[in-house]
Design a protein around this ligand. Structure first.
Ligand code: 26Q
Length: 818
């Protein structure tokens, strides 16, 4: 029967090679006798794409036949990175592909490097979506991802004279073999206009007469699971001019202008907004959000209606997950479709909506919550604003019954913020319209209860939960660190841990085994050599692989305290400068590596990048220092840079002021790869400490509950001399650019120090000294490193997804049997 036999395409090296040659000739249209690495990459990608499509079809046919409850994961951001290596690993054909290409005279690793990153997201939240898609596919859940196909992903960071410059990311310019364009899967997206009342069969109803229509076209990206045939779909929407209506402008005779104007529709999906809250209230961003939401929900409802004649079963068949508040207009859009288009009565529609939707927040500060000016929303989406007001009215009535007339509390909880400008609070809307609200770590939920959503947590305690984030070991170990994985599988006697990550704990019993320790160090050394080559290629700085590679890579933000790291480096430099010759022999050599992007409008973050370059310039060229200390900034940090850097680092830094990082996920990737953590006790690190123990990492700084009191006392606290000294060096122009760095220094001086760098400085230096001391004892270091990997299984996104499936989405695996 159709679909029941194994794939038609074979996966032995010979068949793969034949298919690659076919694609060289007929897809890439190059001569079989002369094609370069990039063309070979394209041909190989198309060969894999064919296999993905086969599995994708089988999976979708199977889902349709079984009709299980499906999860729809709605996110405006996905940081997928590269696909080639990941697909071959998940399809289980990496070695065969490497053989096939080898016989043609190509290196697989070389071809992998030809691919650009798909960077359709900013940072943590977006990479989390990508990791979760991998886990959903691997665990056989019937899930779909929905997102936007931005023409330009996150900006490319170019450093000129130490300053960050942003350039567009032309990721689609060379074609994208990983997507399938579905010209026929498209939906009309309407904006503006007005709401009118219509009389239909004696019943009054609201009709939205929109003013502008564009088209959303689907692009499907197959997501293969590991060790399963299941291949799920990530559907991304692109905006195109609509073929509908608007003939008038053609008839007026201004044909050229009419065409040009319509082409402007494409701007809606043209560019990803950088994570910068100051962008709030921009019309184009709101247009993107609604464009995404309506295309996705129309598609979901169409699929539901394909096999159901009414909405009775909707919430038993559909789980809608909101990745932060960015897609929260979906609540209103589904409500609108149900009441205006499907003629469902309000209360019934509302309970369908609440039962279907769940929401995860990634924010810790009340100020960081998304708001949309009511005027803006009303002009772009007049009917939606009406529905929001109605939801809020009913919610306020319900609240009054429960809480009485406590106006201050009512106004705090209202979806509508009254004031000089009226705003719609998207988080309040999401809480009211979802049956579950999840935080991303245990302490994050505590903060939601205590600070961010205190009133809501008291009102609906059972609604609020947490699912600690995780990262996928497929990408972060198997794809990016194959040597370590080979070693782990050898010692565990199985590769089963790649699907069943709890098996990693089996490494624990070998943590002190000298043979494993020796092999473990060799793997690390090879990874460090690769990283050292890269560092030299991008910066010209030669680094010694005997030094400790100390890494901080993440978005640049004051709360993440890259500045604390830099002050620590300056202190270390200052100590070396003031040392006797004999003292220098005791210094543990370090290569400090920093990487990350600053939001384009975030001045202080940009100054931190410049300071890093200025300090690096001084240190790296100082003959008194030599190999004892080097500082490098890695430009244009992205997923593929992370895949290279993480396996090659010894120590990684996670320095957020306690109470500011909702979770943090970078630390988990380092942990899996046996890099020791130097971290504050914040976000998910708190759980990492519990899992692997305080003595297997370097923990420092104020704790979450100490921070508020410290802030109160800040202006009366004495700053340590060492801290004052390093700040003064920067302020006095030791690293040049005295005037430019003045405002940066001010952020930590005179009681200003909001992120408590001064307060945590001595504790930070102690943790750094402990790391140095341990590094000298390589046996101890390696044992801690092995125990880090062994204890990382709780931080796999497989565990996170399993918890969401059971506790929030109520979905079950649906495994394609062939
Ligand atoms: C908002 C308004 C306008 C334009 C863009 C945005 C915007 C975009 C992206 C706001 C925030 C983001 C991303 C936030 C994010 O990545 N948060 C991080 O999420 C991780 C995954 O849960 C956590 O581990 C981090 O702690 C959290 O900071």
């Amino acid at each position: 029967m159709f679909g029941l036999m194994d794939g038609f395409l074979k996966n032995d090296p010979w068949s793969l090679q034949k298919d690659v040659m076919h694609h060289v000739e007929y897809t890439v249209a190059r001569s079989r006798f002369s094609f370069d690495d990039f063309e070979a990459y394209l041909a190989l990608s198309h060969t894999i794409r064919d296999r993905l499509i086969e599995r994708w079809h089988d999976t979708q046919v199977y889902f349709k036949r079984k009709d299980p409850k499906r999860l729809y994961f709605l996110s405006l951001e996905f940081l997928m990175g590269r696909s080639l290596s990941n697909s071959t690993v998940n399809l289980g054909i990496k070695d065969q592909c490497a053989d096939a290409l080898n016989q043609l005279g190509f290196e697989f690793e070389q071809l992998v490097e030809q691919e650009g990153d798909a960077a359709l997201g900013n940072g943590g939240l977006a990479r989390l979506s990508a990791c979760q898609m991998d886990s959903l596919a691997t665990l056989d859940f019937p899930a779909w991802g929905y997102g936007l196909r931005y023409q330009f992903g996150l900006f490319r960071q170019v450093i000129l004279d130490g300053f960050q410059h942003e350039q567009p990311d032309y990721w689609l310019n060379f074609g994208n073999p990983w997507e399938i364009e579905r010209i026929h899967v498209s939906y009309a997206v309407k904006f503006y206009g007005a709401v009118e009342e219509e009389l239909l069969n004696g019943v009054k109803r609201k009709v939205w007469i929109p003013g502008e229509t564009v088209e959303a076209v689907a692009y499907d990206n197959p997501i293969p699971g590991y060790g399963t045939r299941n291949t799920i779909n990530l559907r991304l929407w692109a905006a195109k001019p609509s073929g509908e209506g608007d003939m008038e402008s053609y008839n007026t005779g201004d044909y050229i202008n009419a065409v040009v104007n319509r082409q402007r529709a494409e701007t809606i999906s043209s560019v990803l907004y950088p994570d910068d809250r100051s962008y709030q209230g921009k019309e184009l961003r709101l247009k993107q959000q609604y464009f995404f939401v309506t295309a996705s929900t129309q598609d979901i409802i169409r699929r539901y209606k394909d096999s159901h004649s009414n909405f009775d079963d909707f919430s038993n068949k559909v789980a809608l997950q909101l990745n932060d508040t960015h897609p929260s207009l979906a609540i209103i859009e589904v409500m609108r479709i149900l009441i205006d288009e499907e003629n469902i009565e309000w209360n019934r529609a509302w309970s369908i909506v609440c039962d279907s939707f769940s929401f995860t927040t990634h924010t810790v500060s009340p100020e960081g919550l998304e708001k949309i000016p009511a005027d803006l929303l009303g002009s772009l989406l007049p009917r939606h604003l009406e529905i929001i007001y109605e939801i809020n009215f009913l919610f306020m009535e319900e609240l009054k019954k429960k809480l009485g007339l406590n106006y201050s509390q009512l106004s705090q909880m209202s979806i509508v913020e009254e004031g000089a400008v009226k705003n719609i609070r998207m988080a309040n809307l999401s809480i009211v319209g979802c049956h579950a609200v999840n935080g991303v770590s245990r302490v994050h939920l505590e903060l939601l209860k205590k600070r961010v959503f205190k009133d809501f947590c008291e009102l609906w305690p059972q609604k609020f939960q947490y699912k600690t984030n995780g990262a996928t070991q497929r990408r972060w170990m198997v794809v990016s660190n194959p040597n370590l994985c080979g070693l782990i599988s050898k010692w565990l006697g199985t590769e089963a841990w790649i699907r069943d990550v709890d098996l990693l704990i089996g490494l624990k019993e070998f943590a002190s085994n000298t043979d494993l320790q020796h092999e473990w160090r060799m793997v690390k050394r090879v990874n460090k050599m690769r990283l050292a080559e890269y560092i030299e290629a991008i910066s010209g700085v030669k680094v010694s692989v005997d030094a400790m590679f100390d890494v901080q890579i993440k978005r640049i933000h004051e709360y993440k305290r890259q500045l604390l790291n830099l002050f620590g480096i300056i202190h270390r430099y200052d100590c070396i400068k003031n040392m006797e010759k004999s003292g220098k022999t005791k210094v543990v050599p370090r290569v400090c590596i920093i990487g990350g992007k600053a939001a384009p409008g975030y001045e202080i973050a940009k100054k931190i990048i410049k300071l890093c370059h200025a300090v690096a310039e001084t240190i790296n060229n100082d003959p008194d220092v030599g190999d004892l200390l080097k500082l490098v900034f890695i430009p244009d940090y992205n997923v593929s840079v992370a895949e290279l850097v993480i396996p090659g680092s010894d120590l990684s830094q996670h320095l957020s002021t306690a109470g500011h990082e909702a979770s943090g996920t970078g630390s988990m990737k380092f942990l899996m790869n046996g890099c020791l953590l130097l971290a504050t006790s914040d976000g998910s690190t708190i759980e990492i400490i519990e899992e692997i123990g305080n003595d297997n990492m370097f923990v420092f700084g104020a704790k979450v509950d100490e921070v508020p009191a410290l802030r109160e006392m800040k202006s009366s606290l004495k700053v340590p001399l060492q801290f004052a000294r390093v700040v003064r060096m920067v302020r006095d122009g030791y690293f040049g650019h005295k005037d430019y760095f003045e405002s940066l220094c001010k952020t930590v001086e005179n009681g200003g120090d909001f992120y408590l760098l001064g307060n945590d400085f001595m504790s930070y230096l102690e943790a750094q000294a402990a790391a140095d001391k341990t590094f000298v004892d390589q046996e101890k270091w390696t044992r801690m490193s092995i125990l880090s990997s062994a204890g990382s299984s709780r931080f796999s996104s497989d565990r996170t997804i399993q918890e969401y499936a059971e506790k929030t989405w109520n979905i079950e695996p649906c495994k394609c049997p062939f």
